[in-house]
Design a protein around this ligand. Structure first.
Ligand SMILES: N[C@@H](CCC(=O)N[C@@H](CS)C(=O)NCC(=O)O)C(=O)O
Length: 125
């Protein structure tokens, strides 16, 4: 089972690499503003998880410099996800709100919809 998952992961990564979506255009000024706006955001994920790949593709389309946290490669991130979000499931978007509370958003479709709505691409660029 582990081998099957490993092979599937490799296929997902290869397909992703071969069909990388175009990175959305944003001005240097917009990118700098985004970097600040995204300070409190992090995506807990795994490189080969297909749902995580879906979210990462959307990050690329939207050109969002959002921090990725690998839950297998870093035990601390894994622990934070379990303790904070309540489940060892990826992808999960962590949002540290300005009022101090932290939101843990699971479900790739919800994450993609949230990012598209919150950080839309400006068609003028
Ligand atoms: N419906 C979820 C599926 C996510 C999912 O199944 N992720 C797998 C990794 S590819 C996982 O974390 N499984 C562990 C679990 O469900 O406990 C989504 O779209 O985000």
């Amino acid at each position: 089972m582990k081998v099957v998952r490993w092979v599937l992961g490799l296929i997902v990564m290869a397909l992703h690499g071969l069909t990388l979506p175009r990175r959305g255009k944003r001005s240097p000024q917009q990118l700098q503003q985004l970097e600040e706006a995204l300070q409190g955001f992090a995506l807990y994920q795994l490189p080969t998880c297909p749902f995580c790949v879906k979210v990462r593709r959307s990050l690329r389309r939207l050109n969002l410099p959002l921090e990725l946290r690998d839950v297998r490669g870093d035990a601390r991130h894994r622990q934070d996800l379990i303790e904070g979000g309540g489940r060892m499931k990826v992808p999960c978007l962590r949002i540290d709100h300005q009022d101090g509370h932290t939101e843990w958003m699971y479900e790739s479709d919800d994450i993609v919809a949230f990012l598209n709505k919150r950080f839309p691409l400006d068609d003028a660029h």
